[in-house]
Every structure is written in C-alpha cells, then in structure tokens.
Design a protein around this ligand. Sequence first.
Ligand code: ADP
Ligand code: MG
Length: 462
Amino acid sequence: MLYPDSYQHSQRAELSAINANIWLSLKEQLRKKVPGQVFSVFFSEITAELKNDELILHCPSVEVERHLQRQYVRQIADEAKLLGFGGEIVLRTAAVSAAATPAKVTATVKGQRSETAYPNRIDLNPNYTFDRFIKGPSNEHAYAAAFGSAQKPNDYHNPLYIYGGVGLGKTHLMMAIGNHVQQSYPWLKVKYCPSEIFQSDLIEAMKDKNLSYFRTRYRSVDVFLLDDVQFISKNADYTQEEIFHTFNYFYQNKKQIVISADRPPQALPQLHDRLQSRFQQGLIVDVKSPNFETRMAILKTKAQENNIDIGHDVLKYLATRFTSQVRPMEAALSILHFTAEHEKRPIDLQMAKMALKALPQENGIHQITIEDILRIVARTLHVDETLIVGANRTEQVALARHVCMYLAKTLIQGATLSYIAGAFGKRDHTPELHADQKVRELIDTDPALQMQIAEMIEELKF
Ligand code: ADP
Ligand code: MG
C-alpha cells in the first residue's frame, strides 16, 4: 500500500509508537473492567499483533474468539480509543491464523473442538481455603454458612446464596467450599462456574445443537458453585431458563448449589421471577466491608503468607488507607514487597506513603450501586425512577436512561455491557454502547448536562 501523503506518514509513525505497548495497556484496562474469572478465561491468553492500522488479537480458541466477538469487541475498541488507538480491532483464532492453508484450518479447529469445547473449565484456586479466610463481624455468618455447606454438601440449606460488594471474599468462600469438599469427599465432583461463562458455554452448545452434551456435562457434578449471577442479563432468556432447569435438577437430587451475587436475589430485577424465587428458598448470607480489626488481621495474614516483613505501624497505615475492599490491600502489599526487594531496604512508613502515592485514595469511597445511580439521576433530571427502568421512550426518560448507563459503565467496577443493559431495561432499542457514546457526545455539546453529570459523579463518589 502507498501512503503519498507525508502527513499520513508522520501520523503513522506516531501511531506505531502508541501501539508498541497498546495491548499491554489495553489488557490492564480490561482487567479492571471485566469480572476476574472472565478475564482469566477470555483475555489472559491472547497475544496481539499490529498490522497496518489493525490490532489483531489472537485468541487461544474459537470459543474465546466468539465470546469476545459477541460480548466484548466494542468494549475493547472503546478502551483502545481511550488509550489513543484509532485503528481497527480484529479478532482471530490463533490456530486459524497460524495454519498454512484454509483446509488445514478447518481440520485444526474441528479437531480441537471435541476436546477443548465447553464447558470451559476453571480450576479452583488452591489458596482460597477456609483457613486462609479471615473472619470478622462483616463476614462470619457467610463463613459459617459456607463452611456448613462444605461439611454437609448433600444435606444443607439449598441453595446457599452469598452476596456482597466487589472484593469482599465471595469467590474466595465459594472456592473454599470446593476445595474443602474435594479434600473431604474426593468422590464428589465439584464445579465452579462464573455465570457469564455458563452463558457463553450455553450459547456455544446451542449453536452446535449439542445441548444434551452441555447438560450432561453440567449436571454430572455434586456441588455446583455459580459465581456472580448479577451478570446474567435480562434478555438472556435461554440462560435463565437453563439455569432454572439446572437448578431444579440439582435441588431435586439433593446436590448442593452455591450462588453468589453483588446483591440479594430480590434486588436483581433482571432475573425472571421464578429464578429469583428459587434463589430465595435456601439460606441467604452477606459479606460486608471488613472493620478496622479485620482489615488489620487480613493484612497481617497476607503479609505472613507471602513472607513480607512489615511493621505494625505500616499495617495500620494500610488498614486506614484501604477501607472498603480487600484486593487493593493485597495489591498494596505486593507493591511494598516489590519496592523493598528492588531497593534492598526494609519496608517503613515513609516508603509506604511514597510507593502507594499513585494508587487512588480509596478511603471513604464506597461501592457504587445501580440503585444509587438510579436515585441520583432520577432526582437530578426530574424523571421518575420507575419510568427509567420501564418501557417509556419519551426524550427526557430516554436521556435519563442513557445517563444511567453511562454512569454505570464509568463508575461500577466490573460492570459488563449485558449487566448494564439488564439493569436498565434496554427498552428503547438503543444498544447500551450507543447510549454511552451518545452521552459522551452530549457532554461535549451541552454544558448544562455536562455540569449535571459532573455533579452526579461527585455525589455518587462521596
Ligand atoms: P469477591 O468475589 O467478593 O469479589 P474475592 O473472593 O475475589 O472477592 O476476594 C478478593 C481478594 O481478597 C482475594 O484475593 C481474597 O483472597 C481476598 N479476601 C477477601 N476477603 C478475605 C478475607 N476475609 N480473608 C482473607 N482474604 C480475603
Ligand atoms: Mg468474585
């Protein structure tokens, strides 16, 4: 291809400098925005390549490629744009792009399929055990319930439903159940599955007209751990139906089901009524943000587990600085560990303050919810909350809905598009991504709205 225009040339050079590290940065952004398990299954094994203006992402399997194409390609492109990349994002399957001839391609893909197709397997993290879980007033009920179900997996409250904000130990507890059962009852089969992966496996199975295989695989277990059900979208009728039947199957056969979400079942409007009521029929427990003592205990234990030498004063500083989630505390510890090793000196308060300067000041920031957003948008834009989540399509209501989606996408960590669409009804046929774009455009052209949105963000954050 020829590029006669010298302007284009220089633009191109600039672009390729941006692009050298684009995938690394992009990946980091995506890691923050998609659920952890989903990230490790769908994003961690991608390799990237830059050709002309295209960023080609080589996916490890056809399933991964399809799922990304369906669920994430727009989000990837959006994030890339925010990082200054203006080219195309192209998804490929590694096997396909590496193969020499098309004929070979089909063979490779087919051969792979029968072995590696759904269900996607996610191994239990062996570190997520009960004895590594620090108890405190914020989580002791959840702990007791989880432990109870692990001890009597065929004779406990069914389902066990654990809910609470991001990073408060839900996945840890679920995997602890799995690890415990595998140890104490090695003949029982455990399956851990994030809801989004259940959904993508189901879609693959339906495409292949292979539903019975899917069912056999999913139902051949004794303990079923279904994580993050808030990510099942309202419009995923088949998924909800399949979960309903899977649920009934386990329930009738006295097999333990454990479900997690970021809120109680009755507060998940995207779930169909019958699924909501099934989820409410067992035992419901919550995990809250840990108090100061528990945060100290968590930090102390994590430091010990990782052989990090750190004084009481520094731990106290960390426990005061990070108040709502556990993950940032872990991240802070690894940063300090790394700094100490790198600079070959012990960790002290001054180092902690310096090294953690760049991290966001988390103190006081709470977990923003869909309900918070709805309430504040409704009040600021003078639209009734019920109209926003309803079917009304007048201009003012649609605007409020779009602003809600925009705020949710910007402020709720881990919120996927289907989750946001589910939460706000997706009634007006504007794909949620367009909503996001529309609001960005409006912000650029409408200073009054821009100010209102800035105020809402301030209010939501504090
Ligand atoms: P969630 O699934 O609720 O978002 P996770 O279970 O993924 O949260 O927890 C995030 C991180 O914090 C994990 O590394 C987990 O081990 C750790 N963590 C959370 N709560 C506790 C706790 N009470 N004791 C020890 N570690 C914890
Ligand atoms: Mg989790």
